[in-house]
Design a protein around this ligand. Structure first.
Ligand code: NDP
Ligand code: OXD
Length: 309
């Protein structure tokens, strides 16, 4: 068996060691142009040349949850793409989003600024009922995040393509439910995959439907958000601010106004990191299942190439 590793921006050696330890008889190598045909690929944002040259793949394993970079390539028909299925990401995402929501709701940023000046001052407590949180995307990450927010007694709304039922979450679905979902939300969390349907979904007309004093938390992809529209709505006072982990260009360019906007908090695409050991264990388990002759469809995390996620 041959496994080809083609992960842009990833330190390869520990991954190779983990995969080689699991498959001591396999050839596991970093891909380079002209490399021999592999049976399986482990990838993150590979170049088109990789897909074009690797013609014998039985399956492509993406070492992330989002497959938008792969979907932008010309993939070979019939080669399944398998994304990470949680692998330790959902708890990180729940931590990050709850932190951002609570930091905003409890005005901890304001307290930090006050105490930095030696000021001992109180702010009037807010009512949770006035801070409904809307989570766009109720998949592996969005569902976990919604449940975690509900544990803190926030009113939680959720929106997905297909109808869902999640305890403690008022669920909306499809285009027909979108405007009602937005109108029922004050804090908006984006956990959608990036697809042609969801690109630019947070733009002036949609964000304007949030309740006054709205707040945006984008932890999905930068291209879900129209940057200038967000800033215009913050500057007009309709939105109170934003916490952003993902950007159209990453790293966020030094001159981008998000860096210095007083109402925008920036983090460097770190809300839910790929955890190497969990991810290797998951991929190894799936390769073993395929090698035993189990059907690809029986694996968790197989991407629907028509839907794009
Ligand atoms: P899933 O595929 O499990 O869930 C996607 C959710 O989005 C589903 O509920 C789906 O609806 C919904 N959805 C998709 N398209 C639409 C649409 N057009 N309208 C309404 N709902 C839609 O993905 P994950 O939860 O695992 O991950 C979500 C995204 O988070 C990833 O694609 C990635 O971009 C991002 N991410 C970011 C990370 C970071 O560090 N910042 C880390 C990991 C992921 P349905 O259930 O009906 O299909
Ligand atoms: C992912 C990511 O999609 O880290 O997993 O963004």
């Amino acid at each position: 068996m041959r496994i080809s590793f083609c992960c842009t921006g990833t330190k390869a050696q520990p991954w190779l060691e983990g995969l080689r330890a699991a498959f001591p008889h396999a050839e596991v190598n970093v891909w380079s142009a002209g490399a021999p045909a592999a049976d399986y690929a482990v990838v993150w944002t590979p170049p088109q040349q990789f897909i074009d040259e690797q013609t014998q793949l039985k399956s492509i394993f993406n070492i992330g949850a989002g497959v938008d970079a792969l979907m932008a390539l010309r993939l070979r028909p019939g080669v399944p793409v398998v994304r990470l299925d949680d692998a330790g990401m959902s708890v990180q995402m729940a931590e990050y989003v709850c932190h951002a929501v609570i930091r905003h709701f409890r005005e901890f940023g304001g307290y930090e600024a006050d105490t930095a000046q030696g000021k001992w001052s109180y702010r009037k407590p807010h009512q949770r009922a006035d801070f409904p949180v809307g989570v766009m995307g109720l998949g592996i990450l969005g569902e976990r995040v919604s449940r975690a927010l509900a544990q803190f007694d926030f009113p939680v709304r959720g929106w997905s393509r297909s109808a869902k039922s999640i305890p403690g979450v008022q669920c909306f679905s499809g285009q027909a439910g979108f405007n009602d979902f937005l109108a029922a939300s004050r804090i908006l969390v984006c956990l959608l995959p990036l697809t042609p349907d969801t690109e630019n979904i947070m733009r002036h007309d949609t964000l304007a439907r949030l309740q006054p004093g709205g707040y945006v938390i984008n932890v999905a992809r930068g291209s879900h958000l129209v940057d200038d529209d967000l800033m215009a709505l913050i500057d007009s006072g309709h939105l109170a601010g934003a916490t952003l982990d993902v950007f159209r260009t990453e790293p966020l360019p030094a001159a981008h106004p998000f860096w210095t906007h007083p109402k925008i908090t920036v983090t460097p695409h770190t809300s839910a990191r790929t955890l190497r050991e969990e991810s290797i264990a998951q991929i190894v388990g799936k390769i073993r299942a395929l090698e035993r002759g189990e059907a690809v469809a029986s694996l968790e995390g197989v991407v629907d190439l028509n839907k794009g996620y």
